[in-house]
Design a protein around this ligand. Structure first.
Ligand SMILES: NC(=O)c1ccc[n+]([C@@H]2O[C@H](COP(=O)([O-])OP(=O)(O)OC[C@H]3O[C@@H](n4cnc5c(N)ncnc54)[C@H](OP(=O)(O)O)[C@@H]3O)[C@@H](O)[C@H]2O)c1
Length: 154
């Protein structure tokens, strides 16, 4: 299984505020929808709540929680889940939130980071350490202001 990660961060490494994302970035949303299509998307329970408990269509949605959610694939242990599928040809995207980004970056081959160029006064952050030390890093412009960085071990 190929494990990737996709996120958007503000200039303080913030990813969320009061249970949602405090910016609108259509370019990131379009990129997210394109790149994760047909893949497995793995998210924490609070991220799932932030979607209004709506699944992403055309993707297999998996939620990490110690609880059960009706009609949703729930798992308790992402490590076990990744190891179980490691030899399959499936592609998995870790899509948040901070607990998953910070803990499971080590399993990822590629991290896609959209940089929002402002301080959005977030209350949830990711660690700068999630970005690999030895990487091929490419930078692209999604729009005039918004940069996409790709970190890959390949
Ligand atoms: N900017 C972005 O790219 C982006 C992406 C996604 C989310 N967000 C934002 O991030 C915020 C949510 O992130 P968050 O870090 O607060 O929460 P989160 O990671 O989405 O969810 C945390 C919950 O996930 C479950 N969980 C996580 N790791 C677990 C583990 N190893 N074992 C068992 N359960 C585990 C637990 O659920 P239970 O309590 O049910 O057991 C935990 O309370 C929101 O503001 C959201 O909008 C931003």
């Amino acid at each position: 299984m190929i494990v990737n990660m996709i996120l958007a961060v503000d200039d303080k490494m913030g990813i969320g505020k009061e249970g949602s994302i405090p910016w609108e970035c259509q370019a990131h949303t379009d990129f997210f929808n394109k790149i994760t299509r047909s893949s497995i998307v793995l998210m924490g329970r609070k991220t799932f709540d932030s979607l209004g408990r709506n699944k992403f269509r055309k993707r297999k949605n998996v939620v990490v929680t110690s609880d059960k959610i009706k009609n949703i694939n729930c798992i308790e242990d992402p490590e076990q889940f990744i190891k179980h599928y490691i030899d399959s040809d499936k592609e998995l995207f870790i899509i948040g939130g901070s607990s998953l980004f910070n803990k499971y970056a080590k399993y990822t081959e590629t991290i896609y980071v959209t940089r929002i160029p402002e301080d959005c006064e977030c209350d949830v952050f990711v660690s700068g350490k999630i970005f690999f030390k030895k990487v091929v890093r490419t930078t692209d412009w999604l729009t005039k202001d918004v940069v996409l960085e790709t970190y890959t071990k390949k």
